[in-house]
Design a protein around this ligand. Structure first.
Ligand SMILES: [Zn+2]
Length: 632
């Protein structure tokens, strides 16, 4: 048996701006893994935090007229607020500006320096300030930063270097001997190739800014980035302050990171640990990116989604569920509004919400809401019990592999099986036949018991919903007082009074499906005639119009532009009947980038006047002109 502790970390996030849904994904995943291990009875330590030093922070703070500390204090408060809203149950939040951390970094630096693995040299390289990274010439793209595309500058300064190269062979041996160390396997192979191509010594100090931890042996230098940031994983579990705690949790079971920082965690970090004479973490897991229109989420590209807005609109568990279910762990996943609403309606409102709702309604109707003593088990009842046991076994092995999305799919397959059991066992038919009392009691008991198991299964992923289901079952102890490994079929106490409630997940209706509208422009912006000329507005004759299925605001139009026909999706359904538009000549913005709306291609936009009282009329001309006529 291994030790009964589990230590998991997220990256510490950089407070140069608010966090977006991509950060939320990493942290929710870590939280689900941590909660799962607690549910299995492990002594879990879950660490997250903030990486607060560096030139970029120094600069942003100055621009805002604040000290760096004042600036990071404010931003980090926002991080902690978001984690609270997302139900993140971390055990500690480490800030690299804390005194406890500065001492650890300096101690480690001194130790490795005294060993001779840190030396003074001269650093020269192409530096991207926004990314805070030096790049060798070979990595530049058209002379610019390979990560953000911005210009870089050639910098040279006296620096301390860490002898990474010395450890390359030892690290390779370690990676080969420990196949689980870097996961998934694709990232492991990338790292092996990277190390084999040769490691350069790492620059670990700077003199060009001062917002950092001073080099203990040379006050003019501050310790640079990775040496400062990665070390948080030691500080958080008491490396200097609490040796007993450190011994209990180190080495970490999982460092969960985005794939772009796998290299730092699986090359730089283990070498720092080797030099310091410490054990290496058991696993570095590099998950994929959350893509938005197939582009990596990042602030510099402007495609971020604010998780607080999503939580306020849909509730925390809908967002947690979506992130963990939709994105196959380890691969990239797409974020889209449509997929989010689809998951909420299909999986949460229909499958899970309806199961709980219809079961409690029947319990109320047939047994006044009291869970009955079950009758004998028939084959159909035994099959359900076995399905529950199989689901649990699969869940355990998938969670060991950190395969969160398949774990959820497996739980939902069981939810589907319970819904099917209701349809096949047909309690409403049994209730009509007095001789079937035992059978009805067995079915209703099994429903309550299945729902109890489902509450335990989903707890790591959607904890507040799980607790709500537990409460509705009338169970008065805490869900978290139970262990997944010890749950037995038949432990649902007969005689328990269930507590029915409103739907767990209200369906997202059509009018709520659209993304939140952008804030209206505050004032009129002046443009010149050249800018206006970029708009290709033409007269278009509507030749066909119909409603878009499932969307009560949208009409699908076919229009004639003289030289071509196009399909347009227009938000006019509440203002025109389809047949009222056919034959009209409307103004069409013809060079708007084509897009898909609710799965339908839209190649332009019908211009309309929108009155303050909500009336909308399409722009048209007061005399018949040829379709395609240019509007200027
Ligand atoms: Zn850059």
């Amino acid at each position: 048996m291994g030790k009964n502790t589990f230590y998991i970390t997220t990256p510490i996030y950089y407070p140069s701006d608010k966090l977006h849904i991509g950060h939320a994904y990493t942290t929710v995943a870590a939280d689900a893994i941590a909660r799962y291990h607690r549910l299995c009875g492990k002594d879990v330590f879950f660490l997250t935090g903030s990486d607060e030093h560096g030139q970029k922070i120094e600069r942003i703070a100055k621009e805002r007229g604040k000290t760096p500390k004042e600036y990071v204090d404010e931003i980090v408060k926002g991080f902690q607020h978001l984690w609270q809203k997302l139900d993140i149950a971390y055990d500690d939040f480490i800030r690299t500006t804390e005194e406890r951390h500065c001492r650890v970094v300096q101690e480690l630096f001194r130790k490795i320096y005294e060993k001779g693995d840190i030396y003074k040299g001269e650093y020269k390289g192409w530096y991207c300030t926004p990314c805070e990274t030096f790049f060798p010439e070979s990595r530049l793209v058209d002379g610019n930063c390979p990560d953000c595309g911005r210009p870089v500058e050639l910098l040279q300064e006296e620096s301390y270097f860490f002898r990474m190269s010395k450890y390359a062979d030892r690290l390779l041996e370690y990676i080969e001997a420990n196949p689980d160390f870097i996961q998934p396997t694709s990232r492991r192979n990338e790292m092996i190739q990277f190390i084999k191509s040769g490691l350069e010594d790492l620059c670990v100090s700077r003199t060009s800014f001062s917002w950092g931890i001073p080099v203990p042996i040379d006050e003019g230098h501050v310790i640079y980035v990775w040496f400062d940031a990665l070390t948080n994983y030691l500080t958080g579990i008491g490396y200097l302050d609490d040796p007993a705690m450190f011994q209990k949790y180190w080495p970490a079971d999982v460092h969960l990171v985005g794939k772009e920082i796998v290299r730092f965690h699986s090359v730089i970090w283990p070498i720092i640990l080797m030099a310091a004479g410490l054990e290496l973490p058991k696993k570095v897991y590099g998950h994929g990116w959350l893509l938005f229109d197939s582009d990596k989420m990042s602030k510099s590209k402007g495609n971020v989604v604010d998780p607080l807005v999503l939580i306020d609109r849909f509730g925390v568990d809908a967002i947690r569920y979506f992130l963990l279910r939709e994105i196959s762990f380890g691969s990239d996943g797409n974020f889209s509004w449509e997929a989010l609403v689809g998951r909420i309606n299909a999986d949460l409102a229909n499958d899970l919400g309806n199961l709980v709702h219809r079961s409690s309604a029947m319990m109320k109707k047939y047994y006044k809401g009291i869970v009955p003593e079950p009758g004998p088990e028939r084959p159909i009842d035994a099959a359900l019990r076995e399905e529950a046991a199989n689901t649990k076994a699969k869940l355990v092995s998938l969670m060991e592999e950190l395969d969160l999305s398949t774990a959820l799919a497996t739980i939902w397959r069981f939810i589907g099986a319970v819904n099917k059991y209701i349809d096949e066992a047909a309690p409403w038919a049994l209730a009509k036949d007095e001789s079937k009392g035992d059978e009805l009691a067995r079915v209703m008991y099994n429903l309550a018991e299945s729902i109890r198991w489902i509450a335990l299964f989903v707890y790591p992923f959607i904890p507040s919903t799980a607790k709500e289901i537990w409460n509705r079952l009338g169970l008065d102890d805490e869900l978290t007082a139970h262990l997944l490994g010890e749950v037995r079929w038949g432990e649902m106490p007969s005689g328990t009074a269930i507590r029915p409630g409103s739907p767990l997940f209200p369906r997202i209706e059509d009018e709520d499906k659209e993304p939140p509208a952008k804030a209206p422009a505050k004032s009129t912006v002046e443009i010149d005639i050249e800018e206006f000329a970029r708009l290709d507005i033409r007269l278009a004759r509507v030749i066909a119009a119909e409603r878009v299925a499932g969307a009560d605001k949208l009409l699908k139009l076919k229009v004639d532009l003289g030289s071509e026909e196009r399909q347009i999706v227009a938000g006019l359904a509440q203002h025109y009947k389809p047949e009222e538009l056919v034959g009209k000549n409307v103004a069409l913005l013809a060079n708007l980038k084509p897009t898909k709306i609710r799965g339908e291609l839209s190649q332009g936009m019908v211009l309309a006047a929108v009155a303050d009282d909500g009336r909308v009329r399409a722009l048209t001309v007061d005399e018949e002109l040829p379709a395609g006529s240019k509007i200027r």
